[in-house]
Write a protein that binds this ligand. Structure first.
Ligand SMILES: [Fe+2]
Ligand SMILES: [Fe+2]
Length: 303
């Protein structure tokens, strides 16, 4: 902590500073700037009722997920700032996380705008359709209630001892960046991209998703880096936090989530591609943290 000296060491920049720099250059885009006129026309003419149902279901998950991550991120930079001598510059990481909070807000805004202007509703239960099985309860808990709980816990851990703080932060980062962003969001965006490619519709949506995905790439890369830093401070977090978290994802969350997205699958989403994407993302996370730190390949459990 600097007193009489510059707290940010500009000559010794971490990976987080590079993501912060990219955010300044690439993260500056406006959700209000996308023209949605063609999207409105496509929505009326290019989709059957069944397709609309599946698409809105996916977008509901995205809207709720983006709102959830926007609401729960604030304690993360506080917790990072409370780490004592963690082996990396906490200020650079805090600076990056401020860009992430702003970006999540914009993602929430874009989906909110899309619901209003294209779907003609703000109802994420989409009252126009039979709402049975619209949400998968385990996914809803993980994405909303549990993420809120771990964020609350992190807020309290800012004043706790360092061991508790590191452990709680590891749990929060694995939940938020490791699963919600690197797995759930990535799998969801993959299904959207595949479907929109095949359909060739909704150009405003496609353009915005490209920007959102780019933002998410930085959030995920930084999250993996932070998970590795925390494993460096306390190697027990891998076995006690990361592995059980991924086990829960592959055992209880991935299958039901994909099934929920699919339904009767009028849009022709490729479920195998989604499972492969999830496993590939898991492997990238493990490799970033250090494969030698992991005991078992928990991704096999979901097969
Ligand atoms: Fe986001
Ligand atoms: Fe994100």
């Amino acid at each position: 902590m600097g007193r009489g000296t510059v707290a940010l060491d500009y000559t010794d920049r971490d990976a987080s500073f590079e993501w912060y720099r990219k955010a300044k250059q690439r993260g500056v885009w406006d959700p209000e700037s996308f023209d949605l006129e063609q999207d409105k026309a496509d929505w009326e003419t290019e989709f059957t009722d069944d397709e609309r149902y599946q698409f809105v279901k996916l977008c509901s998950l995205f809207y709720e997920g983006e709102e959830s991550v926007t609401r729960t991120l604030a304690p993360y930079p506080l917790a990072v700032g409370a780490l004592e001598a963690p082996g990396f510059d906490t200020l650079q990481e805090e600076m990056f996380l401020t860009t992430q909070l702003w970006e999540e807000s914009k993602h929430t805004e874009f989906f909110s705008r899309y619901f209003e202007e294209v779907f003609g509703t703000q109802d994420t239960d989409y009252g126009g359709f039979e709402a049975e099985n619209f949400w998968n309860p385990e996914l809803q808990s993980f994405l909303i209630d549990d993420l809120e709980a771990v964020s609350d816990e992190l807020r309290r851990a800012v004043d706790a001892d360092q061991a508790t703080l590191v452990h709680t932060l590891a749990e929060a980062v694995a939940h938020y960046m490791g699963i919600v962003e690197a797995e759930l969001a990535r799998v969801g965006y993959k299904s959207l991209a595949q479907m929109l490619d095949a359909k060739g519709a909704l150009p405003g949506f496609q353009a915005a998703i490209e920007k959102i995905e780019e933002d998410e790439g930085r959030h995920i890369a930084n999250g993996r880096w932070l998970m590795a830093q925390l494993a460096e401070i306390d190697p027990t977090v891998v076995e006690e936090v990361y592995e059980p978290m991924f086990e829960r994802f592959f055992d209880d969350l991935l299958g039901p989530t994909v099934m929920n997205i699919m339904g009767d699958n009028p849009l022709g989403i490729d479920a195998d591609l989604l499972f492969r994407t999830a496993q590939g993302n898991y492997q990238s996370t493990v490799d970033s943290i250090g494969a030698e730190r992991f005991e078992a390949d928990v991704s096999a459990a979901g097969d």
